[in-house]
Write a protein that binds this ligand. Structure first.
Ligand code: FES
Length: 151
């Protein structure tokens, strides 16, 4: 066990954990932020996606010791208080989720995409979002919401 200092959604947390403990479990179990989901556990599905310094990362595969002192943003930090992120508003408007399990990860990748590329083409959207799987097949609505946010 070791002590780790993490900045999550602008708040610094001090947690005791093994240095190899995946960030996902720290977020969910130690800090109580359960928006990021466990899917595959091996960095393949994207359900656990959060942002590290603005870039999407798979929190199931990131040891807590690798992220100490860096800026972590989870789905709980995407909105500005009660003011939803534009993508969250469009997710609601376009009824994007079906079962919803993957959608926090989808949103964190989509938000990172628009930060780096404010006007992505469909091909760029598909390429950037390729690591976020949706078993319900909501890809068309996800693409539409991202495209609309970029307009
Ligand atoms: Fe992390 Fe699938 S749970 S990528």
């Amino acid at each position: 066990m070791a002590s780790h200092s993490l900045e999550v959604n602008g708040v610094v947390h001090h947690v005791e954990a093994d240095q190899n403990e995946p960030l996902l479990w720290i977020l969910r179990d130690a800090i109580g932020l359960v928006g990021a989901k466990y899917g595959c556990g091996i960095g393949q599905c994207g359900a656990c996606t959060v942002q590290l310094n603005g870039h999407p990362v798979r929190s199931c595969s990131l040891p807590v010791s690798a992220v100490a002192g860096q800026k972590i943003t989870t789905i709980e930090g995407l909105s500005d208080g009660d003011d939803l992120h534009i993508l969250q508003k469009l997710w609601v408007e376009f009824d994007v989720p079906q079962c919803g399990y993957c959608q926090a990860g989808q949103l964190m990748s989509a938000a990172a995409l628009l930060e780096t590329n404010p006007d992505p083409s469909d091909e760029e959207i598909d390429a950037y979002m390729a690591g976020n799987f949706c078993r319900c097949g909501t890809y068309n609505r996800i693409r539409k919401a991202i495209r609309t946010a970029a307009e």
